[in-house]
Design a protein around this ligand. Sequence first.
Ligand SMILES: CC(C)(COP(=O)(O)OP(=O)(O)OC[C@H]1O[C@@H](n2cnc3c(N)ncnc32)[C@H](O)[C@@H]1OP(=O)(O)O)[C@@H](O)C(=O)NCCC(=O)NCCS
Length: 239
Amino acid sequence: MIEMGYIKRNKGTFLQADLSYEMRFMDEDNLDEVMDLQEIVIHHLNDKEMFRTHSADYFREHLQAEKSVIGVYCQDGLIAYNVLSFPGDSKDNFGLDVNLPKDDLLDVIHLATIAVHPDFRGNSLQSKMQHIHLKMMANLGYKHVCCMVSPKNRPSLQNILSQGLIIKALKIKFQWRLRYIMHKNLLSPCLIGPDVVRMDGKDILGQINLLNRGFQGFHLSRLSDGFEIHYAKPPSLAV
Ligand SMILES: CC(C)(COP(=O)(O)OP(=O)(O)OC[C@H]1O[C@@H](n2cnc3c(N)ncnc32)[C@H](O)[C@@H]1OP(=O)(O)O)[C@@H](O)C(=O)NCCC(=O)NCCS
């Protein structure tokens, strides 16, 4: 068990209810629960492109790796999971997309996939699970965390930015998915230069252009019809 507390089911609606939850590490015995929750989450998404689903073999492999998968349970069963992966020297290591030194690639972890049951959104479960996983990995000496997220996925993007990961690339991944590639050095904090450019999250080419000029996205602010990303160069490039 990692932690316990209270959460709201159907937060903000007249059906809202307080329930107790437990957060714990999952193992291979939990495979069916993860597959069932993934199915519910993809079924309820209007835009299914935002959420890359995975096979039972993929989850089995990650569940076998100790402490790689965190689950949140309440009386309804599994309501959220977060999966870490260790890309090692594979070509899918996002460290390659953000130009990490070759020697650092084995020290990269990925925030691989996350899902929260639609009835339990708004309880900050993504932030809670990812914060625990990142703290644990920093204590184990891992140096870098990377992940990819769709530019259409405002809730997830906002949560990942608030963990201190920053946008370092925006490109097509896995043949056809447009994704931000995000990175955080777990050992030294990211420094932001003084000149900030805000760009609409829908302006994909504008953001790619900024990233190509050395800007990095570090903050999201909401707009009435979407969001904008705040970009700046790291101080070393901000001349
Ligand atoms: C992304 C996700 C894990 C975030 O869930 P979460 O931890 O419950 O999100 P938060 O608690 O941070 O929610 C923050 C706010 O966004 C809202 N929100 C969360 N997810 C939302 C969604 N998919 N659509 C619209 N609003 C959403 C919440 O209701 C909350 O609003 P409030 O502040 O007014 O209460 C969840 O939306 C999800 O499972 N999405 C589908 C799978 C997915 O996209 N995974 C990530 C791939 S990178």
